[in-house]
Design a protein around this ligand. Structure first.
Ligand SMILES: Cc1cc2nc3c(=O)[nH]c(=O)nc-3n(C[C@H](O)[C@H](O)[C@H](O)COP(=O)(O)O)c2cc1C
Length: 355
């Protein structure tokens, strides 16, 4: 029963979707880091639902930092962030304790917590708990920026519609930061939003792929074998509810080519070792090689859908049909984008801070 991640900078996540408050404790932050509350609020706004393409549960997220910050800077002691839940409507979830939603954590959570877990709104498994991660991530993003490290994530695919690939990484990453719907090609973004609306009208949901680039990392970050850069990032990225796959560089595509096509040749550029291509996504042997770190996550379609679904009644031991009420996201991909940036920043700060 553990809810803590990290080695040097640890994050402990707590709360339930319909409890009074959710939050996290970030420990191990160096003293003196700037804590920009306006930036935290702006990052939380990027995670917030967006009109017809999102759930109708819109939480204003008036976060409070109750420890670990003095006069706008970290003190080096545990930093605790609290965010109230103000828009819960628990009556929509009363039957989910005994009739679990297919694809959600109602069944597995009830087994793990022996029926004592809070089932309302997905309880501790709810995407709502990504809000404190975004708040903590905003502090990590700020700390990384001051060391010249920047992160950008775009919706590479949604409902089968493709965004344009990364091109000029410096420009693209800088642009993505503040976009509410993070695409590089706005025409593709319009088609994606239309596809979400169509799925919502059908009582259904859609998924997609988030692609990230991290710029400015030194070579040699990560550990061989167990705490590889890929391993640590995947560990964190799989904590995003609905993420079902992670790949680095050309990922699964690497399996299709020959070594002559998939190796990234080294060369000298302005006195620096660089690679001519980046099929390996900036990682060799689990360590960064100084090229941009590139990775993708697959975000599945939201499990809660309006269409009738087959499930079981756990108390009666019978097969039953489930038709959901409640407010749900017809797509999570665009909201998960800032969560991906945040977890990436926390992993990287954990590695970079002691350097
Ligand atoms: C920002 C965000 C919002 C989410 N909103 C919903 C939602 O409204 N309804 C839902 O069924 N799942 C939602 N999810 C996904 C579920 O929490 C997730 O699918 C569930 O916990 C099961 O975990 P798994 O898909 O990783 O197996 C959301 C996820 C995120 C990241």
């Amino acid at each position: 029963m553990r809810n803590t991640f990290g080695t040097n900078v640890t994050v402990t996540l707590f709360g339930e979707s319909h409890g009074p408050e959710i939050g996290c404790v970030v420990d191990g932050l160096a003293p003196g880091l700037h804590v920009n509350e306006d930036f935290i609020a702006a990052q939380l706004a990027l995670r917030r639902p967006m009109g017809r393409i999102s759930t109708a549960r819109v939480e204003p997220d008036p976060f409070r930092i109750v420890s670990g910050v003095y006069q706008g800077r970290t003190t080096g002691t545990p930093l605790c962030i609290l965010i109230p839940n103000t828009q819960a409507r628990s009556e929509d979830y009363v039957n989910l304790k005994t009739t679990p939603r297919p694809g959600h954590a109602d069944y597995t959570g009830s087994v793990k917590y022996r029926g004592f877990g809070d089932p309302r709104g997905g309880g501790h498994f709810s995407g709502r708990l990504t809000a404190p991660l975004v708040a903590a991530g905003a502090i990590a993003i700020g700390a990384l920026r001051s060391r010249g490290v920047t992160i950008g994530t775009h919706i590479a695919r949604l409902a089968g519609i493709a965004d344009r690939p990364f091109d000029d990484l410096g420009e693209d990453v800088a642009r993505l930061g503040s976009l509410p719907f993070a695409v590089l090609d706005e025409a593709a973004g319009e088609k994606m939003r239309a596809a979400i609306e169509t799925a919502a009208k059908d009582g259904d949901s859609v998924g997609g792929i988030l692609e990230s680039a991290v710029l400015g990392l030194p070579a040699g970050l990560g550990e061989p074998w167990f705490d590889t850069m890929e391993g640590l990032l995947s560990h964190a990225l799989f904590s995003i509810p609905a993420v079902k796959a992670v790949e680095f560089g050309d990922g699964f595509g690497l399996a299709e080519g020959r070594g002559s096509e998939t190796n990234d040749p080294f060369r000298m550029e302005a006195g620096r070792v660089v690679t001519a291509s980046n099929h390996n996504g900036g990682v060799n042997g689990g360590l960064t090689n100084g090229m941009p770190l590139i990775f993708r996550t697959a975000v599945k379609p939201t499990p809660s859908i309006g269409l009738p679904q087959q499930t079981v009644d756990l108390s009666a031991g019978e097969n039953v049909e489930l038709t959901l009420t409640g407010r749900h996201d017809p797509c999570i991909v665009h909201r998960a984008r800032v969560v991906q940036d945040s977890l990436t920043a926390l992993v990287l700060l954990d590695l970079i801070q002691p350097l």
